[in-house]
Design a protein around this ligand. Structure first.
Ligand code: FES
Length: 147
């Protein structure tokens, strides 16, 4: 379950351009099937039968020790150590709020103050009792790919 994608990449900061996607995210928490059905239409992702990839942004934008929260695909991307990019669901397992930021390798949920590890999504501080689900992110060239 701790299948957080660990990539090797150097860089800092993401341009938060979420090219929405149908085949996004591993744990959205919605009770209706596969990911977003219409929230943001993917303009370049091929919503096909195999699993379309969505470009989240560039690797060169994720700060070491920090991260970027993508609200539409509901993914948080972190770089806990230089060259290590990881992705998790941005949906807090406590009551479903979106996490808001990553500071000092801790992912914060603003609703009730839960903190999660930017390394593996584990709970650092409750009230959440389970960690953030891993998201299938990878790096291709300078782009962060989801899916
Ligand atoms: Fe995240 Fe409550 S919903 S801490």
């Amino acid at each position: 379950m701790s299948d957080a994608t660990d990539l090797t990449r150097r860089g800092v900061l993401v341009t938060g351009c979420a090219i929405g996607g149908a085949a996004v995210l591993a744990a959205c928490g919605s009770s209706g099937g596969p990911a977003a059905d219409g929230a943001t239409s993917p303009s370049s992702a091929a919503a096909g039968s195999g699993g379309a990839a969505t470009v989240l942004g560039t690797v060169s934008a994720i700060p070491v020790g920090g991260g970027a929260v993508f609200e539409e695909p509901k993914v948080v991307v972190t770089q806990p150590q230089a060259g290590s990019i990881k992705g998790f669901s941005a949906v807090c397992p406590h009551q479903g709020c979106l996490v808001s930021e990553v500071v000092d390798n801790e992912i914060l949920c603003p609703c009730h103050g839960s903190l999660f590890s930017a390394e593996d999504g584990a709970v650092i501080q409750g009230p959440a009792t389970s960690g953030l689900a891993p998201a299938n992110v990878s790096v291709a060239g300078d782009e962060i790919i989801l899916g």
